[in-house]
Design a protein around this ligand. Structure first.
Ligand code: WT7
Length: 656
């Protein structure tokens, strides 16, 4: 199995209509119903979203203007006041859902916890009051660096409740990466835990926070709130560090949700791009609430009886939108799992499904490929009959993985929703609606109602059927990112100028190539920029290069993705050394560890190849296409006439 290519996608050309039993019970039950919704939204997007905002959400004050669009800056529901934590919690307390399970949590060493809506509300209010007590005010930014425990969700909702923006940093990022993000966001406080469990081991988190903020390296951080999870020994700096369980004792459970302006900052989430440091993607309150609410409701065809499980980490957008906000806003039961399949417990996912009767399961192609490798005897030994819907996200799914998912996990009766979206889009852009859309393995099918997606060339002209091009969105949508935190210019440059505006038409483009087939199905073909995807984690090659070059031995580094059977891609680095250094296995190991220290284990290069020189064009640009070919062990494809020194290639190959 290799990185999905257009050839391998074309091998599976069966169409899978929604199962009749599923459609019968579905909210959107036929392709005609979808088409009708889509047409209605397209004809008048503002009326479409306004109607849903009124019907589906609670407002303290209604908006004056649905959309204020000064390209590329969109404002939705201007003048409205609301609070997403109110919509996720308080409004359910006056219904029977008060005692419904809001959050089911399964911990790695086998402990578990269930919080009803009333209990979750109580905890959120208490943490919100603790944050206030520690000086956090409306408009402040709070860093969250947590394992997958209920307090991660509680922390996010507590921030939203008092109008503080959160900036969640994935617990697998290093202290260096954490420091950069805390500084960029000027976080006032960090919520963390002593540690968390990862693959049978307790890993430290508080210690990483200490390193990140030591010696006044993150001067904005005044306090650290620490949740006890593993019980490992940690240093508590008097006056700065506080145990959550201590402060909780005296924290009132009364904390009314702050009425927020629709466009108030809800959160910042950092993501990698092709250039520069990671960008702080900015999401605001009302539009994000509405869009994640609607996409959760329709794409997962949510019912009150569902037990919904998304396997992402809250450190990524998937965790924000589809573990926490979307499901809770709908009053659903959302499951959170701290563990991961590992040699000591390869069947743990299937155990969780059986134990809790999970009905909707949402995961990533890289996980599915790992399940295939671990063997179908594992899921087959469990009762998975509670499942009714499957989902996938993160990278194009290869048809082999899709078919396995369909047959072995879905027992050929669960629709699969392949959802294409990004940190920047906040919610699903292309997705089947499971009761309506016939699916084709490898295609994310059609745009969600209200999304005007197209495949275009560099001039913004639509591509012909089956012709590759750039995947763009042509009309603002409620959960679109508002800017890059602190850098409006970078926002404009990165997302809106790749394809230049034409006759007042703006094109949102965030890096994916795609084609559309003769039936209008979208086939996402992957990034066309220098962003790679390792096990579904998005990494900028330039970030890894900067990390390598910050090591004294490295003169120059070029990083490319190498196709990998399980992870999709693996980090492959070409490195030239400073004169005083010689290549060795020890140095290779050291450089790999250096990248781990700078960014985190997810960025560890699978291979480093030392070379005397990089293949460059006459203007001095590294020819990454050649390096990608070399990394993949392929013949050099295409034109090499612009290569400055042809002997470089031979040398590089010699090293293979
Ligand atoms: C990039 C966004 C959005 C949640 C997880 C990743 C790729 C995402 C799909 C899909 C093909 C996909 C794209 C996109 N991607 N979902 N269903 N089919 N590609 O979020 O880290 O912001 O990465 O993931 O390349 O641009 P992210």
């Amino acid at each position: 199995m290799s990185q999905p290519t257009i050839e391998s996608i074309l091998q599976e050309n069966r169409v899978f209509p929604p199962p009749e039993e599923f459609s019968r019970e579905a909210a959107i039950a036929s392709l005609e119903d979808y088409q009708q919704l889509y047409d209605k939204a397209k004809a008048d997007p503002q009326a479409f979203w306004a109607e849903l905002a009124e019907k589906e959400l609670h407002w303290f004050q209604k908006w004056d203007t649905v959309l204020d669009w000064q390209p590329p800056v969109a404002k939705w529901f201007v003048g409205g006041k609301m609070n997403i934590s109110y919509n996720c919690l308080d409004r359910h307390l006056t219904t029977w859902r008060k005692n419904k399970a809001a959050l089911i949590w399964e911990g790695e060493p086998g402990d578990s916890r269930t919080l009803t809506y009333a209990q979750l509300h109580r905890e959120v209010c208490q943490m919100a009051n603790v944050l206030k007590e520690l000086g956090v005010q409306k408009g402040d930014v709070v860093g969250i660096y947590m394992p997958m425990i209920p307090e991660a969700a509680i922390a996010m909702l507590a921030c939203a409740r008092i109008g503080a923006a959160h900036s969640v940093v994935f617990g697998g990022f290093s202290s260096e990466a954490l420091r950069d993000r805390l500084n960029d966001a000027e976080a006032k406080l960090v919520i963390t835990a002593d540690g968390g469990y990862r693959k049978d081991k307790a890993v430290p988190l508080k210690e990483q926070v200490d390193l990140a903020i030591a010696n006044n390296h993150a001067p904005s951080v005044k306090n650290v709130l620490v949740v006890q999870r593993t019980g490992q020994k940690v240093h508590m700096e008097p006056g700065r560090d506080h145990w959550w369980h201590d402060l909780k004792l005296n924290a009132s459970a009364d904390c009314p949700a702050e009425p927020m302006d629709s466009e108030d900052l809800l959160f910042i989430l950092y993501t990698s791009g092709s250039t520069g440091k990671p960008k702080g993607v900015v999401h605001t309150t009302a539009g994000y609430n509405l869009y994640t609410h609607m996409t959760t409701k329709w794409t997962f065809d949510l019912k009150d009886t569902d037990v919904y499980w998304c396997t992402a980490d809250v450190g990524w957008i998937t965790g924000h939108s589809y573990i926490v906000y979307g499901p809770l806003s709908n009053g659903a039961t959302t499951l959170m799992y701290e563990g991961a399949p590992r040699p000591s417990n390869p069947g743990c996912f299937w155990d969780v499904i059986e134990k809790y009767g999970v009905t909707i399961f949402y995961t990533a192609p890289t996980a599915i490929r790992a399940f295939i490798k671990m063997g179908e005897h594992l899921p087959k030994a469990r009762n998975l009959s509670s499942l009714r819907l499957l989902g996938t996200v993160g990278e194009p799914i290869n048809p082999e993985a899709w078919m396995w998912y369909h047959k072995i996990i879905g027992n050929e009766r669960c629709p699969i929703v392949d959802t294409w979206w990004q940190t920047e889009t906040g919610g699903f852009m292309l997705t089947p609606l499971p009761g309506a859309t016939p699916t084709k393995p490898g295609s994310a099918t059609f745009p969600f109602p209200g999304i005007l997606a197209e495949v275009v060339d560099l001039d913004g002209n639509p591509a012909a059927d089956n012709e590759g091009g750039y995947l763009v969105i042509k009309h603002p949508w409620p959960s679109m990112m508002r800017t890059v935190y602190g850098d409006d210019e970078r926002f404009r440059r990165t997302y809106w100028e790749h394809i230049a505006p034409k006759d007042g038409q703006y094109f949102y483009f965030a890096g994916d190539g795609a084609r559309r087939d003769e039936e209008g199905y979208f086939w996402v073909m992957g990034r066309v920029d220098d962003v790679i995807s390792v096990a579904g984690h998005r990494l900028g090659t330039m970030e890894i290069e900067s990390a390598l070059v910050s090591h004294p031995a490295v003169a120059e580094a070029a990083v490319v993705g190498k196709p990998d059977e399980l992870k999709g891609e693996e980090v492959f680095a070409f490195v030239t050394l400073e004169g005083d250094y010689e290549e060795s296995e020890a140095l290779e190991k050291e450089l790999k560890q250096h990248v781990v220290n700078e960014i985190g284990a997810i960025a560890r290069p699978g291979e480093i190849r030392f070379t005397d020189a990089m293949p460059k064009t006459r203007s001095g640009k590294i020819m990454r296409r050649l390096l990608r070919n070399l990394a993949a062990g392929q013949e050099i494809a295409g034109d090499t006439s612009t290569l400055e020194d042809r002997t470089v290639l031979d040398k590089l190959r010699g090293g293979a």
